[in-house]
Design a protein around this ligand. Structure first.
Ligand code: NAD
Length: 252
C-alpha cells in the first residue's frame, strides 16, 4: 500500500462512536476501526459492553444504554464528548429484525422497530452532528438494508425503517456537506450474525442464498471493510450514497 493510502486509512487520534457494537456487524466495525488506530466508544444495551469495548485497546470504552431512551442517548453523547473531546466518526449500526406478514404486523412490532432502527439513527446523528458541525469534520455511516430496496416477505416494518434511514441520510448529507461532514448508508444482504441467523435459517435461508449470485451470505468483516473506506480520508467525495453489499442480489 502506498504511503498516502496508508495515511488515508490511519485513524490514529480519531474517536469513533459505534451503536450496537457489542456483537455482530457493529463489533466487527468497532474492531477494525480500533485496529486502524481509532479510540472506539461502543453504545449498547449489553451490560458487558464495558469489557467488550476496553478489549479493543486505544483507551476504548463502552456505555450501556437502551437507545430507545432519548434522554439517555442525549446525555450519553454529551458524556462521551466530555470524556474524549471529540467524535470524528459515527456508526449508526444498532437495529433489530422483527418480522411478520403485513396483516399480522402489530402496532407494537412497528413501533419497536422504528424506536430501535430509525429514531436513534436520527437522535445520534443530530446530537453528534451538532458537535461535528462545530469542528467542521465528520463521517457518519448508517446501516440500512437490502430490505429497503427490494421486497422481502414479512419485512414490512423493517423495510420501512431502513428506507427511512436511507432517506434521512440523504437530507443530512445535503445539509451537513458544507461543514466537512459526509453521511452515507450501507445496505447489506443477509450477514452471518445472530440477527441474520434468526430470520434466515433452514429452507428459507437456502432459498434466499440461492438467489444471491455469489451463492453465500456475507460476513460481518465484509461490512466493516466497506465502512473503513467510507470513514477514511479516501472517501471525502462520497456523500449521500447508499452502498449495496449484497453479492449481486439486487441486480436481477
Ligand atoms: N445481519 C443481517 O443479515 C443484516 C442485514 C442487513 C442489515 N443489517 C443491519 O445491520 C445492523 C447490525 O445487525 P447485526 O446482524 O449485527 O445485529 P445483532 O442482533 O447481531 O446485534 C445488534 C446489537 O445491537 C444491540 N441492541 C439491540 N437493541 C438495542 C437497544 N434497544 N439499545 C441498545 N443496543 C441494542 C444488541 O445488544 C447487539 O449488540 C442492524 O442495523 C441491522 O438491521 C443486518
Amino acid at each position: 500500500m502506498s504511503t498516502s493510502l496508508q495515511k488515508a486509512y490511519d485513524l490514529t487520534g480519531q474517536v469513533a462512536l459505534v451503536t450496537g457494537g457489542a456483537r455482530g456487524i457493529g463489533h466487527a466495525i468497532a474492531s477494525l476501526l480500533a485496529e486502524q488506530g481509532a479510540r472506539v466508544v461502543i453504545v449498547d444495551q449489553n451490560p458487558d459492553v464495558g469489557s467488550i469495548a476496553s478489549a479493543l485497546g486505544n483507551d476504548s470504552f463502552g456505555l450501556a444504554i437502551d437507545v430507545r431512551d432519548e434522554s439517555k442517548v442525549r446525555a450519553g453523547v454529551e458524556s462521551i464528548i466530555q470524556r474524549t473531546g471529540r467524535i470524528d466518526i459515527l456508526l449508526n449500526n444498532v437495529g433489530v429484525g422483527l418480522t411478520a406478514p403485513a396483516l399480522e404486523t402489530t402496532t407494537e412490532l412497528w413501533d419497536t422497530t422504528m424506536s430501535i432502527n430509525l429514531r436513534p439513527t436520527f437522535l445520534f446523528s443530530q446530537a453528534v452532528g451538532k458537535h461535528m458541525i462545530e469542528r467542521k469534520y465528520g463521517r457518519i455511516v448508517s446501516l440500512a438494508s437490502q430490505a429497503a430496496l427490494v421486497a422481502l416477505y414479512d419485512h414490512v416494518a423493517y423495510a420501512a425503517s431502513k428506507a427511512g434511514v436511507i432517506g434521512m441520510t440523504k437530507v443530512l448529507a445535503l445539509e451537513w456537506g458544507p461543514f466537512g461532514i459526509t453521511c452515507n448508508t450501507i445496505s447489506p444482504t443477509v450477514i452471518n450474525t445472530d440477527m441474520g441467523r434468526l430470520v434466515w435459517t433452514g429452507e428459507r435461508g437456502d432459498a434466499f442464498r440461492a438467489k444471491i449470485p455469489v451463492q453465500r451470505f456475507g460476513e460481518p468483516e465484509e461490512i466493516a471493510h466497506a465502512v473503513l473506506y467510507l470513514v477514511s480520508g479516501a472517501a471525502g467525495m462520497i456523500n449521500g450514497e447508499n452502498m449495496v453489499i449484497d453479492g449481486g442480489y439486487t441486480i436481477t
